[in-house]
Design a protein. Structure first.
Length: 758
């Protein structure tokens, strides 16, 4: 953008035959010929416009951005072209159009660059927002990890309590082993007695099994007999069903009932004889069943005495009981069916006698029913006639309704057509109204434009007259501004020196930061070694617990083996158990000694941890000192930013003749430099926060004495913190490099502008 100012100056003086510098060649400037007076007059008009706009920019910098001011300048240059084109000759018009076209191109490039800078600023703001989000996420993750560490502390305390309980359990188990020895001796005696009793009971059970087999065969035979009897009963049921059908037929056949009654009586007598035979058979079966039940009761009494020894025989007894209960239920059902059949036969005899009486009554009732039916038929025929009349009336009404429906449908169609036509008419009226409004607005705009152009022409004439009067004043201002430019160049040199000093300070601070990061990495390695020692102690404790569990398993195996041994090998088992108990006691003593040694190792590790705590405290104090230095660096950076702002204000005061585009660009560059300084300070703040988080995490790791979960969680946290610290340090370096590049650009542009003005 700095290259646009010399291009503008070259465009202003390209039409003159004598190319001269206005600022230093005072005598040549005053001795211009009258022939070139008109052209110089036009160039001074453009310069005065630029100076007037520059003064307005300096007055309204806090309110309006540079982009809006440039757009206004572009609009006013177009207006000047129109005004000058009406007043001057054709040759001068052509030259002015060329110059103004070049000025427009330069201004458009300036606008494009400004828009790019605005887009870059927006991108930088988005990056800052993303970094703030990342910071918030990191804080949340740290909070979660602190919760995990607290849980690890609670787990460690629980493990210590479990160690104490395990020691107490070992002492109690030693006392229990002594009691178990005495109990084993008693159990040996009891097992020998139980084995002898079992042999005798096994013989008794075998005898009972043989008896059960015989009785099961008898039960199978009884089941076969019962199945045959059930078939006979089913046949009797079928006969009874047939008899019921015959009885129903007898009711229908009223005339032949007397003869059929005699036949039925003979059949009933024969069936009674059969029933008597069946009853005799059933009585025999019931007697057999009662005898079997008494035998079962006897067997149950014998089995109740031996319930503990013979569990399998009881299952067989229960099965036999169930079978007998089924047989009993079937016998009861057969008796009930016989009694019911007898009752049914007696009832049938009584019913037949009653039916004879009822038949006579039915004859009388039938005659009465025929008379009533005739009356009912006459009434039904009269009602049918009435129904036919009502149906005819309903048909007429339905025809009328259908006609009405057709008329309604036709009317609805007509209404819909009328609605569509109304909508089309309303839409056409709306379109016409919109066109009228649009044309009225265009007419008003044209009137306003004409009025504005007339006012602009009047203003242009007044400005031309005013510019002619200001020409002489500007020549005097040029001398004063040349002296101010020299002073500004000296001040810019001082600024460059200060920037170099800032770079040296930042390099020193970078070295200090690298030293602090190395110290933190060393401390992290020490903490890792301590955690490795804690892991080894925990492994040893787990081995001790495994040994204790093995001892308990051996004792349980000894007890089981003693229960299973035979009475003849009693002496051998007693000698083996004594030897095993002695071996177990020796192992317990060895385990106690190992546990004592483990406790001594744990105490030594705790002492080492206290030493590491003191070292970490020293490191935290050093980091606090580093933080103080970082705050001082922030203050220095803010002072540098303030100095840059002051220099910018001084440059605005001194540089009065530079174009508005250059000043706006320099303003944007300074704003970008301020944003980068703020980004550098935010990066420094990030580094300090990460160092604090490192201190907190390391202190928490030292407080966590023996927990494996804590050791597994803290290592990746340290790696993440170190990675984030390196990233923040690299970001700080990049921001410092960008700041130095910007300052160098500002110095170069200031030098180029000074050269062009010279």
């Amino acid at each position: 953008m700095a290259a646009s100012s010399p291009s503008l100056q070259a465009n202003f003086y390209a039409s003159s035959s004598k190319f001269c510098f206005v600022k230093f060649d005072r005598f040549k400037r005053r001795s211009f010929s009258c022939k070139r007076k008109a052209h110089s007059h036009s160039s001074w008009i453009i310069k005065s416009v630029l100076n007037n706009k520059q003064s307005s920019i300096n007055g309204d910098e806090a309110i309006e951005p540079a982009r809006i001011l440039l757009e206004r300048l572009f609009a006013q240059t177009q207006k000047l072209e129109e005004k000058i084109g009406k007043d001057l000759n054709l040759s001068q018009d052509i030259e002015l159009e060329l110059n103004l076209g070049r000025l427009e191109s330069d201004l458009q490039t300036a606008l494009a660059v400004l828009r790019k800078k605005e887009e870059e600023l927006e991108a930088a703001e988005d990056r800052i927002l993303s970094e703030y989000r990342d910071l918030n996420q990191a804080k949340e993750e740290l909070g979660k990890r602190e919760e995990v560490i607290t849980e690890a502390f609670s787990r460690q305390e629980k493990l210590e309590e479990e160690l104490k309980r395990a020691n107490l359990d070992l002492a109690s188990q030693a006392a229990e082993l002594r009691d178990l020895k005495l109990q084993l001796e008693k159990r040996d005696k009891e097992t020998t007695a139980a084995q002898s009793a079992l042999l005798s009971k096994e013989n008794e059970v075998n005898a009972m099994v043989n008896e059960l087999r015989i009785k099961t065969e008898e039960a199978v035979n009884t089941q076969s007999e019962l199945s045959s009897k059930s078939r006979i009963l089913a046949e009797t049921k079928e006969i009874l069903d047939k008899q019921t059908l015959e009885i129903e037929e007898l009711r229908k056949e009223v005339r032949e009932k007397d003869e059929e009654l005699q036949i039925c009586l003979t059949l009933l007598e024969s069936e009674e004889e059969k029933l008597k035979v069946v009853e005799a058979n059933l009585e025999k079966q019931t007697m057999d069943w009662l005898l079997a039940q008494e035998e079962m009761k006897k067997l149950a009494m014998e089995a109740s005495k031996r319930t503990v020894e013979v569990n399998e025989s009881l299952e067989d007894f229960t099965r036999v009981r169930e079978l007998l209960a089924d047989v009993r239920a079937e016998l009861v059902l057969s008796q009930k069916s016989l009694s019911l059949s007898r009752r049914n036969m007696e009832d049938q005899q009584e019913l037949l006698e009653k039916e004879l009486v009822e038949l006579a009554e039915q004859h009388k009732s039938l005659s009465l029913y025929t008379e009533t039916l005739g009356d009912a038929e006459t009434e039904v025929e009269s009602e049918r006639v009435k129904l036919r009349l009502a149906e005819a009336r309903n048909q007429e009404l339905e025809r009328d309704l259908s006609m009405d429906k057709d008329l309604i449908d036709e009317l609805e169609k007509q209404l819909k057509d009328e609605k569509v036509s109304l909508k089309a008419a309303t839409e056409e009226t709306l379109v016409l109204r919109d066109e009228l409004d649009r044309r009225n607005s265009e007419y008003r705009e044209m009137q306003n434009r004409l009025e504005s152009k007339e006012s602009e022409l009047v203003e242009a004439k007044l400005t031309i007259q005013h510019l002619k009067s200001e020409q002489e004043v500007l020549e005097l201002m040029l001398d004063e501004k040349e002296s101010k430019l020299t002073e500004a160049e000296t001040k810019l040199g001082e600024v460059n020196l200060e920037i170099s000093n800032v770079k040296s300070l930042l390099s020193v601070r970078d070295e200090k930061l690298t030293e602090t990061t190395n110290l933190l990495n060393e401390k992290a390695e020490q903490v890792d070694t301590m955690q490795h020692d804690l892991n080894e102690t925990n492994m040893k404790y787990s081995e001790a617990t495994n040994v204790v569990e093995r001892i308990l398993d051996l004792t349980n195996k000894v007890v089981d083996s003693i229960d299973r041994e035979h009475y003849n090998e009693k002496k051998l088992t007693e000698s083996g158990s004594k030897w095993e108990t002695k071996q177990l006691e020796n192992e317990l003593e060895v385990m106690r000694e190992t546990l004592r040694s483990r406790e001594m190792e744990v105490l030594q590790s705790r002492r080492a941890l206290t030493i590491k705590d003191n070292e970490l405290k020293m490191v935290s104090e050093k980091l606090e000192a580093r933080e103080k230095e970082m705050t001082e660096m922030r203050r220095e950076l803010t002072q540098d930013a303030d100095d840059l702002r002051k220099l910018y204000a001084m440059a605005q005061e001194t540089i009065g003749e530079r174009s508005m585009g250059e000043l706006a660009i320099e303003k944007l560059q300074l704003e970008a430099a301020q944003l980068q300084v703020e980004a550098a300070t935010s990066a420094l703040e990030k580094i300090t926060e990460m160092s604090r988080d490192l201190l907190r995490s390391t202190s928490l790791v030292v407080d966590a004495d023996y927990d494996l979960d804590v050791s597994e969680l803290n290592v990746p946290e340290k790696e993440v913190c170190g990675f984030e610290d390196d990233r923040c340090f690299s970001e700080l370096k990049t921001e410092v490099v960008r700041l130095s590049d910007l300052t160098e650009k500002l110095v170069r542009e200031a030098g180029i502008s000074a050269d062009s003005s010279g």
